[in-house]
Design a protein around this ligand. Structure first.
Ligand SMILES: Cc1cc2nc3c(=O)[nH]c(=O)nc-3n(C[C@H](O)[C@H](O)[C@H](O)COP(=O)(O)O)c2cc1C
Length: 351
């Protein structure tokens, strides 16, 4: 099976090596400009926070026609990655919840693939990512949009105000380095500390978003969230951030137990539950986007929606546009299908 990211090797190794593509670079079709978050984009299709940790990854994918490029979440301090494995293929047994089981060798159609990831939101040192973002931003073509995802790194004794400030520091640095949009990651399933699920706490979210807004001025701000357990909480979240954030990116991974065939947790006991991605989460993600779009319309909110979850074909992206997404992003599939943006531009140049 082909994958541009070498899952047998460390994240640090992959950062240095960049994506491994097969064959010649494709010819990217010319398409008319559109808008996302009020900014010009060639297509409202791109890559979510994950696969693009540095210029070695952002630029090769930009050259393959992905126009919305999200820099993998960065921190205000360097943080190593968890040990390998960080990315495994899984079988969900056709069930929407309960454990998923690792598949050692995938021989089927990659478009049907589900996976689980557990990296722990590693980050290069801020001096390094700030310089790299600055350089990368200068290399992108007109119509390409660089989003930088940020998160706080709270110490166990930090107050919420300190966590909010740390989010704001990162966001300010990213904006100053050339990020055209900031994304605050309020929803990492694979960390056990406070930055993991801020989106489920509306008051905390407000405080964090307010601090970021103060730090970045008018730069557009997206909030990355997971699935909400109840519609009421989702509505309260959307109403709380309306007017401060410009949009939401959903969904992050869906958290489930990830077990090897022998029943042992593949990422270790501490991360027995980790983020499931790919085919398994596509339908729930489409339903979540539809629900968010309906709430935004019904309550007259001024928020855009970037949809993520199990997009590995033009048809999958179409599901999200039909559900009301303003932009569609892929998390993992560009590792298997690096020509997906070219296919989108060939088949749906108006996206
Ligand atoms: C290698 C990898 C690393 C990821 N790292 C991050 C991250 O740092 N921040 C984040 O918000 N999401 C991260 N994600 C989650 C993706 O942004 C996305 O929400 C998830 O993969 C679901 O999309 P998919 O089904 O298209 O893969 C990561 C995903 C992958 C595959």
């Amino acid at each position: 099976m082909y994958c541009a990211y070498d899952t047998a090797m460390s994240w640090e190794h992959n950062c240095i090596r960049g994506p491994q593509f097969q064959g010649a670079d494709p010819i990217v079709p010319e398409v008319p400009l559109k808008q996302f978050l009020g900014l010009p984009v060639g297509s409202r299709f791109g890559i979510a926070a994950g696969l693009l940790p540095n210029s070695n990854w952002v630029l090769p994918y930009a050259r393959r026609g992905f126009d919305i490029l999200t820099w993998k979440t960065v921190r205000s301090v360097a943080r190593p990655c968890y040990p390998v494995p960080n990315w495994v293929i899984v079988d969900d047994g056709g069930r929407a919840d309960g454990p998923v089981t690792v598949i050692e060798r995938w021989t089927g159609d990659e478009q049907q693939l589900s996976a689980a990831v557990c990296f722990g939101m590693p980050s290069q040192a801020p001096e390094q990512w700030r310089a790299d973002i600055r350089w990368t931003a200068g290399q992108l073509l007109p119509g390409q949009l660089l989003i930088v995802s940020v998160v706080a790194s709270p110490q166990p004794d930090w107050s919420l105000a300190q966590t909010a400030d740390d989010f704001a520091v990162c966001a300010g640095w990213a904006a100053e380095a050339g990020a055209q949009v900031i994304e605050a990651n309020l929803s990492c399933p694979n960390v056990c500390s406070a930055e993991g699920a801020i989106f489920l706490d509306v008051a905390a979210t407000r405080q964090v978003v307010q601090a970021i807004r103060t730090a970045i001025g008018k730069v557009p701000l997206l909030l990355k969230v997971g699935l909400f357990p109840q519609q009421q909480l989702l509505l309260e979240f959307l109403q709380a951030v309306d007017g401060m954030a410009n949009g939401v990116t959903l969904v992050n991974c869906v958290t489930r137990e990830v077990l090897r065939a022998d029943g042992q947790p593949v990422f270790g006991e501490r991360y027995r539950r980790a983020g499931v991605i790919g085919r398994s989460i596509h339908q729930p993600s489409v339903a979540a986007v539809r629900q968010v779009r309906q709430l935004i319309s019904s309550y007259g909110l001024n928020l855009q929606v970037a949809a993520v979850g199990g997009v590995s074909s033009v048809e999958d992206a179409g599901d999200f546009f039909l559900a009301g997404a303003d932009a569609v992003l892929c998390g993992s599939s560009p590792a298997y299908f690096p020509n997906l943006a070219v296919q989108v531009k060939q088949q749906q140049p108006e996206w």
